[in-house]
Design a protein around this ligand. Structure first.
Ligand SMILES: N/C(=N\O)NCCC[NH3+]
Ligand SMILES: [Mn+2]
Ligand SMILES: [Mn+2]
Length: 313
């Protein structure tokens, strides 16, 4: 399958500038060359451009509502077009508010999709439970059908159609969950493998149970939303909300290898890379780790491999 690469240089879902430089940092780390080396054809759709709405005052406590709402409407359309054209959509962010648009867009073409959310955070606060009002901590609450009655209308989000059921969502890597989010996870029985479960069960068992929980038939399209802060901050330091005790480099690679093995990965978000945080060395470490984990989604094997036309000398 061809990969459709989409840059989403966006940062208004959170207060720290810099995630708008994420796409460029991941490109400069060689994502296109790496994918082509793996025999994957890449169609680079370039970076989206966003309008910054004038005096975008908060709606309730929700910050930059119109700017984030408009951006995600544009993201949704762009992702729909890429998926519609049969490409595997690889979205380079940008803060995690982008996932409202990427999942919404993917679901317009593949309504039967399931979501694997790899993150230290649940990102399912509603505008009323969010302690910060930063939309990158709320994207899922706007698109989950069962939360429709808990999410007030927010300026700029009138276009959003809830398109995901709680039973089609699974979390891996949680370790910083707000009270409102925990209430939602328990009330709706959302499958969640926090770092406690990762330690208790081991990543192999977590992946087996996670995929079985959301897609027992093994037939549904998968949307991976990967927040790089799911990984331990010692290996991805340049990110806005680092939390100690994250996934190891090996666990991160294993998650992607298992998702690749399904053959049903249709859309991938890479969120919260912030090159403006940390020094040059930390920047390089963050993007190189991200690439090494990500390339396992596209068939890179830790056991090695050779091109189909390889001739033994
Ligand atoms: N990285 C973040 N989400 O994944 N930050 C916001 C979440 C705070 N509850
Ligand atoms: Mn996130
Ligand atoms: Mn996070």
């Amino acid at each position: 399958k061809k990969v459709g690469l989409l840059g989403i240089p966006f940062s208004k879902g959170q207060p720290r500038g810099g995630t708008e430089q994420g796409p460029q940092a991941i490109r400069e780390a060689g994502i296109v060359e790496k994918l082509e080396q793996l025999g994957t054809q890449v169609c680079d759709h370039g970076d989206l451009t966003f309008d910054y709405i004038e005096n975008d005052t908060p709606d309730g406590n929700v910050k930059n509502p119109r700017t984030v709402g408009h951006a995600n409407k544009k993201i949704s359309k762009a992702v729909s077009d890429i998926i519609y054209n049969g490409q595997l959509c690889l979205n380079l962010g940008g803060d995690h508010s982008m996932a409202m648009g990427t999942i919404h867009g993917h679901a317009q073409v593949e309504p039967d999709l399931v979501v694997v959310w790899v993150d230290a955070h649940a990102d399912i606060n509603t505008p009323l439970t969010s302690p910060s009002g930063n939309i990158h901590g709320m994207p899922l609450s706007f698109i989950v059908k069962e939360l429709d009655g808990y999410v007030p209308t927010v300026k700029g989000f009138e276009w959003v159609k809830p398109c995901l059921s709680v039973k089609d969502l699974v979390y891996i890597g949680l370790r910083d969950v707000d009270p409102g989010e925990r209430w939602i996870i328990e009330k709706f029985g959302i499958k969640a493998f926090s770092m406690q479960e990762v330690d208790k069960l081991g990543i192999r068992e977590v992946m087996e149970q996670a995929l079985k929980a959301i897609d027992p038939s093994g037939t549904r399209p998968i949307h991976l939303s990967f927040d790089v802060d799911a990984l331990d901050p010692t290996i991805t330091p340049s990110t806005g909300t680092p939390v100690h005790g994250g996934l190891s480099f090996r666990e991160g690679q294993y998650i992607m290898e298992e998702l690749a093995n399904t053959g049903r990965l249709n859309c991938i978000d890479v969120a919260e890379v912030n090159p403006s945080l940390g020094n040059k060395e930390e920047n390089t470490l963050t993007t190189e780790t991200t690439l090494e984990v990500l390339n396992k989604c596209f068939g890179q094997k830790r056991g090695g491999g050779f091109p189909s036309n390889y001739v033994m000398p």
